[in-house]
Ligand binder design. Structure first.
Ligand SMILES: Cc1cc2nc3c(=O)[nH]c(=O)nc-3n(C[C@H](O)[C@H](O)[C@H](O)COP(=O)(O)OP(=O)(O)OC[C@H]3O[C@@H](n4cnc5c(N)ncnc54)[C@H](O)[C@@H]3O)c2cc1C
Length: 422
Protein backbone atom coordinates (compact mmCIF):
# COMPACT_ATOMS: atom_id res chain seq x y z
CA UNK A 1 0.00 0.00 0.00
CA UNK A 2 1.36 3.46 -0.90
CA UNK A 3 1.88 5.72 2.11
CA UNK A 4 1.80 9.51 2.08
CA UNK A 5 2.54 12.07 4.75
CA UNK A 6 -0.55 14.12 3.83
CA UNK A 7 -3.56 13.09 1.73
CA UNK A 8 -6.03 15.82 0.75
CA UNK A 9 -9.53 14.75 -0.29
CA UNK A 10 -11.26 17.10 -2.73
CA UNK A 11 -9.53 19.39 -5.23
CA UNK A 12 -11.68 22.52 -4.92
CA UNK A 13 -10.24 25.78 -3.61
CA UNK A 14 -9.99 24.32 -0.09
CA UNK A 15 -8.12 21.18 -1.14
CA UNK A 16 -5.78 23.11 -3.44
CA UNK A 17 -4.86 25.67 -0.76
CA UNK A 18 -4.39 22.91 1.82
CA UNK A 19 -2.07 20.89 -0.43
CA UNK A 20 -0.04 23.99 -1.40
CA UNK A 21 0.30 24.99 2.24
CA UNK A 22 1.36 21.49 3.30
CA UNK A 23 4.10 21.74 0.65
CA UNK A 24 5.13 25.25 1.73
CA UNK A 25 5.44 23.94 5.29
CA UNK A 26 7.98 21.34 4.33
CA UNK A 27 5.90 18.29 3.41
CA UNK A 28 7.19 16.49 0.31
CA UNK A 29 4.85 13.52 0.28
CA UNK A 30 1.40 14.77 -0.64
CA UNK A 31 -1.48 13.20 -2.57
CA UNK A 32 -4.58 15.08 -3.69
CA UNK A 33 -7.63 13.01 -4.68
CA UNK A 34 -10.42 14.64 -6.74
CA UNK A 35 -13.47 12.88 -8.18
CA UNK A 36 -13.94 15.32 -11.06
CA UNK A 37 -11.76 15.37 -14.19
CA UNK A 38 -10.51 18.86 -13.38
CA UNK A 39 -9.25 20.70 -10.31
CA UNK A 40 -11.12 23.76 -9.01
CA UNK A 41 -14.34 22.34 -7.56
CA UNK A 42 -17.51 24.42 -7.73
CA UNK A 43 -15.51 27.44 -8.97
CA UNK A 44 -15.39 25.96 -12.47
CA UNK A 45 -19.08 26.65 -12.98
CA UNK A 46 -19.04 30.12 -11.32
CA UNK A 47 -18.15 32.18 -14.38
CA UNK A 48 -19.27 35.46 -12.81
CA UNK A 49 -16.68 37.75 -11.27
CA UNK A 50 -16.30 38.71 -7.62
CA UNK A 51 -13.77 36.10 -6.52
CA UNK A 52 -10.41 36.90 -4.97
CA UNK A 53 -10.96 40.48 -3.78
CA UNK A 54 -9.32 39.69 -0.43
CA UNK A 55 -6.63 37.28 -1.66
CA UNK A 56 -5.51 38.91 -4.90
CA UNK A 57 -7.00 42.42 -4.48
CA UNK A 58 -8.69 42.05 -7.86
CA UNK A 59 -11.98 40.67 -9.12
CA UNK A 60 -11.58 37.30 -10.77
CA UNK A 61 -14.07 34.85 -12.17
CA UNK A 62 -14.36 31.47 -10.43
CA UNK A 63 -12.33 29.60 -13.09
CA UNK A 64 -9.60 32.30 -12.99
CA UNK A 65 -9.34 32.00 -9.21
CA UNK A 66 -9.21 28.21 -9.46
CA UNK A 67 -6.59 28.42 -12.20
CA UNK A 68 -4.22 30.49 -10.03
CA UNK A 69 -4.36 27.88 -7.27
CA UNK A 70 -4.21 24.92 -9.69
CA UNK A 71 -1.01 26.29 -11.24
CA UNK A 72 0.57 26.70 -7.82
CA UNK A 73 -0.53 23.18 -6.92
CA UNK A 74 1.07 21.70 -10.07
CA UNK A 75 4.31 23.57 -9.29
CA UNK A 76 4.61 21.66 -6.00
CA UNK A 77 4.93 18.35 -7.87
CA UNK A 78 2.52 16.71 -5.42
CA UNK A 79 0.79 13.53 -6.58
CA UNK A 80 -2.70 13.91 -8.01
CA UNK A 81 -5.48 11.43 -8.72
CA UNK A 82 -8.27 12.90 -10.82
CA UNK A 83 -11.58 11.18 -11.58
CA UNK A 84 -11.10 9.24 -8.38
CA UNK A 85 -13.80 9.09 -5.71
CA UNK A 86 -12.90 8.41 -2.11
CA UNK A 87 -15.27 5.76 -0.75
CA UNK A 88 -14.25 5.62 2.87
CA UNK A 89 -11.53 6.40 5.38
CA UNK A 90 -10.65 4.26 8.38
CA UNK A 91 -9.66 5.63 11.75
CA UNK A 92 -6.05 4.50 11.15
CA UNK A 93 -6.11 6.68 8.03
CA UNK A 94 -6.40 4.10 5.29
CA UNK A 95 -8.26 5.68 2.37
CA UNK A 96 -10.19 3.58 -0.13
CA UNK A 97 -10.91 5.23 -3.46
CA UNK A 98 -12.13 4.09 -6.87
CA UNK A 99 -11.49 5.10 -10.45
CA UNK A 100 -12.00 3.69 -13.93
CA UNK A 101 -8.32 3.04 -14.65
CA UNK A 102 -7.09 1.40 -11.45
CA UNK A 103 -10.33 0.13 -9.90
CA UNK A 104 -10.13 0.10 -6.12
CA UNK A 105 -7.13 2.00 -4.77
CA UNK A 106 -5.95 1.97 -1.15
CA UNK A 107 -3.51 4.50 0.28
CA UNK A 108 -2.36 5.23 3.80
CA UNK A 109 -1.79 8.69 5.23
CA UNK A 110 -0.11 10.11 8.30
CA UNK A 111 -2.45 13.11 8.15
CA UNK A 112 -5.61 13.76 6.14
CA UNK A 113 -7.28 17.00 5.08
CA UNK A 114 -11.01 16.72 4.39
CA UNK A 115 -12.07 19.28 1.75
CA UNK A 116 -15.01 17.69 -0.07
CA UNK A 117 -17.15 20.84 -0.27
CA UNK A 118 -20.94 20.80 0.04
CA UNK A 119 -24.10 19.98 -1.89
CA UNK A 120 -27.45 21.72 -2.33
CA UNK A 121 -30.59 20.92 -0.37
CA UNK A 122 -32.95 19.10 -2.76
CA UNK A 123 -36.71 19.32 -3.35
CA UNK A 124 -37.12 16.02 -1.45
CA UNK A 125 -35.61 17.64 1.62
CA UNK A 126 -37.93 20.65 1.31
CA UNK A 127 -41.35 18.93 1.09
CA UNK A 128 -42.85 21.29 -1.49
CA UNK A 129 -46.47 20.25 -2.19
CA UNK A 130 -47.77 19.62 -5.71
CA UNK A 131 -47.05 17.40 -8.68
CA UNK A 132 -43.61 16.13 -9.69
CA UNK A 133 -43.07 17.54 -13.20
CA UNK A 134 -39.78 18.22 -14.98
CA UNK A 135 -38.48 21.75 -14.62
CA UNK A 136 -37.55 21.77 -10.93
CA UNK A 137 -33.78 22.18 -10.58
CA UNK A 138 -31.39 23.11 -7.85
CA UNK A 139 -29.82 26.50 -8.66
CA UNK A 140 -26.37 24.89 -8.86
CA UNK A 141 -27.59 22.31 -11.39
CA UNK A 142 -29.08 25.11 -13.48
CA UNK A 143 -25.77 26.97 -13.19
CA UNK A 144 -23.87 23.95 -14.50
CA UNK A 145 -26.37 23.49 -17.36
CA UNK A 146 -26.05 27.13 -18.46
CA UNK A 147 -22.36 27.79 -17.80
CA UNK A 148 -20.74 24.44 -18.60
CA UNK A 149 -23.17 22.51 -20.84
CA UNK A 150 -24.54 25.56 -22.70
CA UNK A 151 -28.18 24.56 -22.14
CA UNK A 152 -31.04 26.73 -20.85
CA UNK A 153 -33.18 25.00 -18.24
CA UNK A 154 -36.26 27.19 -18.97
CA UNK A 155 -37.74 30.52 -20.05
CA UNK A 156 -40.06 31.67 -17.24
CA UNK A 157 -38.54 31.12 -13.86
CA UNK A 158 -39.42 31.38 -10.17
CA UNK A 159 -36.59 30.94 -7.68
CA UNK A 160 -37.21 29.63 -4.17
CA UNK A 161 -34.55 30.67 -1.68
CA UNK A 162 -32.36 33.76 -1.71
CA UNK A 163 -29.00 32.12 -1.02
CA UNK A 164 -26.11 33.38 -3.14
CA UNK A 165 -26.47 30.71 -5.82
CA UNK A 166 -30.16 31.61 -6.32
CA UNK A 167 -29.34 35.31 -6.56
CA UNK A 168 -26.53 34.70 -9.02
CA UNK A 169 -28.74 32.44 -11.12
CA UNK A 170 -31.52 35.07 -11.18
CA UNK A 171 -29.05 37.37 -12.95
CA UNK A 172 -27.56 34.63 -15.10
CA UNK A 173 -30.94 33.38 -16.37
CA UNK A 174 -31.99 36.99 -17.12
CA UNK A 175 -28.79 37.66 -19.06
CA UNK A 176 -29.40 34.48 -21.05
CA UNK A 177 -32.89 35.69 -22.06
CA UNK A 178 -35.18 34.07 -19.48
CA UNK A 179 -37.77 36.02 -17.49
CA UNK A 180 -37.24 35.64 -13.74
CA UNK A 181 -40.63 36.40 -12.23
CA UNK A 182 -39.71 36.37 -8.55
CA UNK A 183 -37.23 35.26 -5.92
CA UNK A 184 -39.12 33.92 -2.92
CA UNK A 185 -37.55 33.64 0.55
CA UNK A 186 -39.13 31.87 3.53
CA UNK A 187 -37.23 33.90 6.10
CA UNK A 188 -37.77 37.61 6.79
CA UNK A 189 -34.21 38.24 5.56
CA UNK A 190 -32.14 37.05 2.61
CA UNK A 191 -29.64 34.21 3.03
CA UNK A 192 -27.31 35.82 0.49
CA UNK A 193 -24.70 38.55 0.47
CA UNK A 194 -25.97 42.14 0.29
CA UNK A 195 -23.79 42.77 -2.77
CA UNK A 196 -25.53 39.92 -4.61
CA UNK A 197 -29.01 41.29 -3.77
CA UNK A 198 -28.05 44.64 -5.28
CA UNK A 199 -26.10 43.36 -8.28
CA UNK A 200 -28.26 40.35 -9.17
CA UNK A 201 -31.83 41.41 -8.25
CA UNK A 202 -32.17 45.16 -7.82
CA UNK A 203 -30.09 45.97 -10.93
CA UNK A 204 -32.44 43.77 -12.98
CA UNK A 205 -35.74 44.74 -11.30
CA UNK A 206 -36.32 41.19 -10.09
CA UNK A 207 -38.68 41.23 -7.08
CA UNK A 208 -37.60 39.57 -3.82
CA UNK A 209 -40.46 38.39 -1.62
CA UNK A 210 -39.29 37.87 1.96
CA UNK A 211 -41.44 35.75 4.35
CA UNK A 212 -42.93 33.89 1.37
CA UNK A 213 -42.71 30.32 0.15
CA UNK A 214 -43.84 28.07 -2.70
CA UNK A 215 -47.01 26.27 -1.61
CA UNK A 216 -47.90 24.45 -4.84
CA UNK A 217 -46.21 23.19 -7.97
CA UNK A 218 -48.50 22.50 -10.96
CA UNK A 219 -47.83 20.61 -14.18
CA UNK A 220 -48.09 17.11 -15.63
CA UNK A 221 -44.91 16.66 -17.66
CA UNK A 222 -43.34 20.08 -17.21
CA UNK A 223 -43.86 22.79 -14.57
CA UNK A 224 -46.82 24.96 -15.65
CA UNK A 225 -47.25 27.19 -12.60
CA UNK A 226 -46.21 27.65 -9.00
CA UNK A 227 -48.17 29.24 -6.19
CA UNK A 228 -46.39 31.47 -3.72
CA UNK A 229 -47.85 32.37 -0.29
CA UNK A 230 -46.83 34.70 2.49
CA UNK A 231 -45.87 32.97 5.75
CA UNK A 232 -46.52 34.01 9.37
CA UNK A 233 -43.89 34.28 12.10
CA UNK A 234 -44.03 30.48 12.52
CA UNK A 235 -43.29 30.11 8.80
CA UNK A 236 -46.78 28.73 8.13
CA UNK A 237 -48.50 29.87 4.88
CA UNK A 238 -51.19 32.53 5.39
CA UNK A 239 -54.42 31.68 3.53
CA UNK A 240 -55.62 34.29 1.07
CA UNK A 241 -52.10 35.57 0.24
CA UNK A 242 -51.52 33.18 -2.68
CA UNK A 243 -50.02 34.50 -5.93
CA UNK A 244 -49.97 32.09 -8.91
CA UNK A 245 -47.09 32.43 -11.37
CA UNK A 246 -47.34 30.74 -14.76
CA UNK A 247 -43.81 29.50 -15.38
CA UNK A 248 -41.89 26.52 -16.75
CA UNK A 249 -39.06 26.37 -14.22
CA UNK A 250 -38.61 26.41 -10.47
CA UNK A 251 -35.05 26.81 -9.19
CA UNK A 252 -34.26 25.88 -5.61
CA UNK A 253 -31.59 27.74 -3.66
CA UNK A 254 -32.46 26.64 -0.16
CA UNK A 255 -29.20 26.01 1.54
CA UNK A 256 -26.03 23.99 1.25
CA UNK A 257 -25.10 20.94 3.28
CA UNK A 258 -21.48 19.82 3.82
CA UNK A 259 -20.60 16.58 2.01
CA UNK A 260 -20.34 14.83 5.33
CA UNK A 261 -20.62 11.10 4.52
CA UNK A 262 -16.86 10.43 4.66
CA UNK A 263 -16.52 12.52 7.83
CA UNK A 264 -19.39 10.71 9.54
CA UNK A 265 -18.17 7.31 8.31
CA UNK A 266 -14.86 8.07 9.94
CA UNK A 267 -16.65 8.56 13.25
CA UNK A 268 -15.68 12.22 13.72
CA UNK A 269 -17.83 14.25 16.14
CA UNK A 270 -20.25 16.37 14.15
CA UNK A 271 -21.60 19.86 14.77
CA UNK A 272 -25.42 19.76 14.53
CA UNK A 273 -25.65 23.37 13.35
CA UNK A 274 -23.02 23.36 10.61
CA UNK A 275 -23.47 19.68 9.65
CA UNK A 276 -19.68 19.57 9.42
CA UNK A 277 -17.19 18.10 11.90
CA UNK A 278 -16.34 19.71 15.22
CA UNK A 279 -12.80 21.15 15.00
CA UNK A 280 -10.37 22.85 17.35
CA UNK A 281 -8.27 25.89 16.45
CA UNK A 282 -5.83 23.66 14.54
CA UNK A 283 -8.86 22.67 12.38
CA UNK A 284 -8.29 19.13 13.67
CA UNK A 285 -11.41 16.98 14.00
CA UNK A 286 -12.04 14.63 16.93
CA UNK A 287 -10.00 12.02 15.00
CA UNK A 288 -6.31 12.81 15.60
CA UNK A 289 -4.50 13.76 12.40
CA UNK A 290 -7.69 14.39 10.40
CA UNK A 291 -8.21 18.06 9.57
CA UNK A 292 -11.12 19.78 7.77
CA UNK A 293 -11.55 23.04 5.86
CA UNK A 294 -13.75 24.83 3.35
CA UNK A 295 -17.41 24.06 2.77
CA UNK A 296 -17.16 20.53 4.15
CA UNK A 297 -16.44 22.15 7.52
CA UNK A 298 -19.01 24.98 7.37
CA UNK A 299 -20.58 26.75 4.42
CA UNK A 300 -18.60 29.85 3.46
CA UNK A 301 -19.82 32.85 1.50
CA UNK A 302 -16.45 33.99 0.09
CA UNK A 303 -13.87 31.72 -1.43
CA UNK A 304 -11.02 33.90 -0.08
CA UNK A 305 -11.89 32.76 3.44
CA UNK A 306 -11.99 29.15 2.24
CA UNK A 307 -8.44 29.47 0.92
CA UNK A 308 -7.21 31.14 4.10
CA UNK A 309 -8.76 28.50 6.36
CA UNK A 310 -7.51 25.68 4.12
CA UNK A 311 -3.97 27.04 4.26
CA UNK A 312 -4.10 26.67 8.04
CA UNK A 313 -5.47 23.13 7.75
CA UNK A 314 -2.70 22.17 5.29
CA UNK A 315 0.02 23.62 7.53
CA UNK A 316 -1.35 21.78 10.57
CA UNK A 317 -1.58 18.52 8.61
CA UNK A 318 2.06 18.88 7.51
CA UNK A 319 3.16 19.57 11.09
CA UNK A 320 1.13 16.65 12.43
CA UNK A 321 2.68 14.33 9.83
CA UNK A 322 6.12 15.60 10.86
CA UNK A 323 5.26 14.44 14.42
CA UNK A 324 5.25 17.91 15.98
CA UNK A 325 4.77 17.21 19.70
CA UNK A 326 2.04 19.85 20.15
CA UNK A 327 -0.52 17.60 18.44
CA UNK A 328 0.13 14.64 20.78
CA UNK A 329 -1.80 15.74 23.87
CA UNK A 330 -4.01 18.76 23.53
CA UNK A 331 -5.69 20.88 26.17
CA UNK A 332 -8.72 22.40 24.47
CA UNK A 333 -10.48 25.47 25.83
CA UNK A 334 -14.12 25.33 24.68
CA UNK A 335 -15.65 28.33 22.93
CA UNK A 336 -19.11 29.29 24.25
CA UNK A 337 -21.32 31.98 22.73
CA UNK A 338 -24.44 34.03 23.39
CA UNK A 339 -27.82 33.23 21.83
CA UNK A 340 -27.42 35.60 18.86
CA UNK A 341 -24.64 33.34 17.49
CA UNK A 342 -25.52 30.04 15.80
CA UNK A 343 -22.06 28.45 15.83
CA UNK A 344 -18.36 29.19 15.89
CA UNK A 345 -15.53 27.51 14.00
CA UNK A 346 -13.38 26.41 15.73
CA UNK A 347 -15.37 25.26 18.73
CA UNK A 348 -12.32 25.05 20.99
CA UNK A 349 -8.95 26.73 21.23
CA UNK A 350 -5.58 25.01 21.74
CA UNK A 351 -3.00 27.32 23.27
CA UNK A 352 0.11 25.12 23.55
CA UNK A 353 2.64 25.99 20.87
CA UNK A 354 0.56 28.63 19.09
CA UNK A 355 2.54 30.88 16.81
CA UNK A 356 -0.11 33.30 15.54
CA UNK A 357 -3.49 34.94 16.25
CA UNK A 358 -6.54 32.67 16.19
CA UNK A 359 -9.44 33.64 13.95
CA UNK A 360 -12.91 32.59 15.12
CA UNK A 361 -15.56 32.52 12.40
CA UNK A 362 -19.25 32.56 13.25
CA UNK A 363 -22.73 33.25 11.93
CA UNK A 364 -25.61 34.99 13.65
CA UNK A 365 -29.21 33.71 13.54
CA UNK A 366 -30.97 37.01 12.81
CA UNK A 367 -30.28 40.54 11.61
CA UNK A 368 -28.55 42.62 14.30
CA UNK A 369 -27.65 46.30 14.11
CA UNK A 370 -25.13 48.33 16.11
CA UNK A 371 -23.76 45.52 18.22
CA UNK A 372 -20.57 45.01 20.15
CA UNK A 373 -18.99 41.58 19.76
CA UNK A 374 -16.63 40.67 22.60
CA UNK A 375 -14.38 37.65 23.15
CA UNK A 376 -13.71 36.99 26.84
CA UNK A 377 -11.74 34.54 28.91
CA UNK A 378 -13.36 34.90 32.33
CA UNK A 379 -13.54 38.69 32.74
CA UNK A 380 -10.48 39.29 30.55
CA UNK A 381 -11.30 40.90 27.21
CA UNK A 382 -9.41 39.20 24.37
CA UNK A 383 -10.97 41.10 21.50
CA UNK A 384 -13.78 43.52 20.82
CA UNK A 385 -15.38 44.84 17.64
CA UNK A 386 -18.35 46.99 16.73
CA UNK A 387 -20.63 45.77 13.93
CA UNK A 388 -23.07 48.15 12.30
CA UNK A 389 -25.00 45.23 10.88
CA UNK A 390 -24.71 41.45 11.08
CA UNK A 391 -26.90 39.15 8.95
CA UNK A 392 -27.24 35.35 8.80
CA UNK A 393 -26.05 35.38 5.17
CA UNK A 394 -22.64 36.88 5.94
CA UNK A 395 -19.95 35.09 7.90
CA UNK A 396 -18.47 37.06 10.80
CA UNK A 397 -15.06 36.75 12.38
CA UNK A 398 -13.24 37.89 15.47
CA UNK A 399 -9.48 37.64 15.87
CA UNK A 400 -8.01 36.53 19.20
CA UNK A 401 -4.53 38.09 19.36
CA UNK A 402 -1.70 35.74 20.27
CA UNK A 403 -0.36 38.26 22.83
CA UNK A 404 -3.58 38.08 24.84
CA UNK A 405 -4.03 34.32 24.38
CA UNK A 406 -0.63 33.67 25.92
CA UNK A 407 -1.90 35.26 29.16
CA UNK A 408 -4.96 33.06 29.64
CA UNK A 409 -3.42 29.66 30.29
CA UNK A 410 -5.72 27.78 32.66
CA UNK A 411 -8.88 29.55 31.37
CA UNK A 412 -11.89 27.22 31.47
CA UNK A 413 -13.67 28.69 28.49
CA UNK A 414 -13.68 31.49 25.95
CA UNK A 415 -16.99 33.29 25.51
CA UNK A 416 -18.21 35.33 22.56
CA UNK A 417 -20.96 37.79 23.42
CA UNK A 418 -23.12 40.10 21.30
CA UNK A 419 -24.49 43.18 23.08
CA UNK A 420 -26.00 46.53 22.20
CA UNK A 421 -23.36 49.13 21.45
CA UNK A 422 -24.70 52.09 23.38
C1 LIG B 1 -23.01 29.00 -7.15
C2 LIG B 1 -21.95 29.54 -6.27
C3 LIG B 1 -21.58 30.85 -6.39
C4 LIG B 1 -20.56 31.38 -5.60
N1 LIG B 1 -20.18 32.68 -5.79
C5 LIG B 1 -19.12 33.17 -5.09
C6 LIG B 1 -18.62 34.49 -5.34
O1 LIG B 1 -19.16 35.23 -6.13
N2 LIG B 1 -17.52 34.89 -4.66
C7 LIG B 1 -16.90 34.08 -3.75
O2 LIG B 1 -15.88 34.48 -3.17
N3 LIG B 1 -17.36 32.83 -3.48
C8 LIG B 1 -18.46 32.34 -4.12
N4 LIG B 1 -18.91 31.09 -3.90
C9 LIG B 1 -18.32 30.30 -2.81
C10 LIG B 1 -17.10 29.48 -3.19
O3 LIG B 1 -17.16 29.09 -4.51
C11 LIG B 1 -17.06 28.27 -2.29
O4 LIG B 1 -17.05 28.75 -0.97
C12 LIG B 1 -15.82 27.40 -2.54
O5 LIG B 1 -15.85 26.91 -3.86
C13 LIG B 1 -15.79 26.21 -1.58
O6 LIG B 1 -14.61 25.48 -1.78
P1 LIG B 1 -14.43 23.95 -1.33
O7 LIG B 1 -13.12 23.54 -1.85
O8 LIG B 1 -14.73 23.85 0.10
O9 LIG B 1 -15.61 23.17 -2.07
P2 LIG B 1 -15.83 22.79 -3.61
O10 LIG B 1 -15.47 23.93 -4.50
O11 LIG B 1 -17.23 22.30 -3.68
O12 LIG B 1 -14.80 21.60 -3.87
C14 LIG B 1 -14.96 20.33 -3.29
C15 LIG B 1 -14.30 19.31 -4.19
O13 LIG B 1 -14.29 18.04 -3.53
C16 LIG B 1 -14.55 17.02 -4.48
N5 LIG B 1 -15.06 15.84 -3.77
C17 LIG B 1 -16.19 15.75 -3.02
N6 LIG B 1 -16.33 14.51 -2.52
C18 LIG B 1 -15.28 13.78 -2.97
C19 LIG B 1 -14.88 12.43 -2.80
N7 LIG B 1 -15.60 11.56 -2.07
N8 LIG B 1 -13.75 12.01 -3.42
C20 LIG B 1 -12.99 12.88 -4.17
N9 LIG B 1 -13.34 14.18 -4.35
C21 LIG B 1 -14.46 14.62 -3.76
C22 LIG B 1 -15.58 17.67 -5.41
O14 LIG B 1 -15.62 17.02 -6.67
C23 LIG B 1 -15.07 19.10 -5.49
O15 LIG B 1 -14.18 19.30 -6.57
C24 LIG B 1 -19.93 30.55 -4.67
C25 LIG B 1 -20.33 29.21 -4.52
C26 LIG B 1 -21.32 28.71 -5.31
C27 LIG B 1 -21.75 27.26 -5.13
Amino acid sequence: MTCYEVVVIGGGPAGLAAAISAYENGCRSILLIERDKKLGGILNQCIHNGFGLHTFKEELTGPEYADRYSRRFYETGADLMLQTTVLDISEDKVIRAINEKDGLVTVKAKAIVLSMGCRERSRGALNIPGTRPAGVYSAGTAQKLVNIDGKMPGKKVVILGSGDIGLIMARRMTLEGAKVLAVVELMPYSGGLKRNIVQCLEDFDIPLYLSHTVTKVEGENRVEAVTVSEVDENRKPIQGTEIRYECDTLLLSCGLIPENELTQGLGASMNKVTNGPVVDSDLETSIPGVFACGNVLHVHDLVDFVSEEASDAGRNAAMYAAAEPRYKVKTKIPVKFSKEIRYTVPSSVVLAGISEDIKLRFRVGNIYRYKKVTALAGDRVLAKKIRKVMTPGEMEEIVLPIGKLKDIKGALEITITVEDND
